[in-house]
Design a protein around this ligand. Structure first.
Ligand SMILES: [Zn+2]
Ligand SMILES: [Zn+2]
Length: 118
C-alpha cells in the first residue's frame, strides 16, 4: 500500500481550509487524489496542519479539485503549506498561512514543486 498523508490547503478565493490526500508514488513524487472541506480546528486536532510534502506533486486523473473554487493546482509556500488560487493578475502570490508574498515567474498552471520558495 502506498504511503498516504493528509495536508491542509487554504483557498485564496474563499479563505477557507480543506484537506488534501496525497499518496506517495515514488521517492520524490506525490499524487493528490482527494480534497474535502474541513474546519481548521478539526484539522489541527488531527495534526493535518503539520504535514509537509517534499518533492513533486501532481493531480490524479480523478482529483476533484478545491471544494470551494475547483482549482486542481497548488502553490506550496516556503513555509510548507499549500494554497490554491492565490496568483493575482500581476503574478504575485500571497500565502494564506504565513502572509509571505512571492513573485511567480514560472506559473504554467501545472502544479509546483513542494518544499521550495514561491
Ligand atoms: Zn480554492
Ligand atoms: Zn507560507
Amino acid at each position: 500500500m502506498n504511503e498516504a498523508v493528509i495536508a491542509l490547503c487554504k483557498c485564496g478565493e474563499s479563505h477557507k481550509a480543506y484537506g488534501v490526500r496525497f499518496e506517495r508514488i515514488d521517492s520524490n513524487t506525490w499524487q493528490y487524489t482527494w480534497a474535502f472541506p474541513i474546519n481548521e480546528k478539526a484539522a489541527k486536532r488531527e495534526g493535518y496542519d503539520s504535514t509537509k510534502i517534499n518533492g513533486n506533486i501532481l493531480p490524479s486523473e480523478d482529483y476533484p479539485g478545491c471544494p470551494y473554487c475547483g482549482s486542481k493546482y497548488f502553490m506550496v509556500c516556503s513555509c510548507g503549506k499549500l494554497n490554491c488560487n492565490i496568483v493575482s493578475p500581476d503574478e504575485t502570490a500571497t500565502c494564506n498561512w504565513c502572509g509571505s508574498t512571492g513573485y511567480v515567474s514560472n506559473y504554467e498552471g501545472d502544479g509546483f514543486t513542494a518544499g521550495g520558495d514561491f
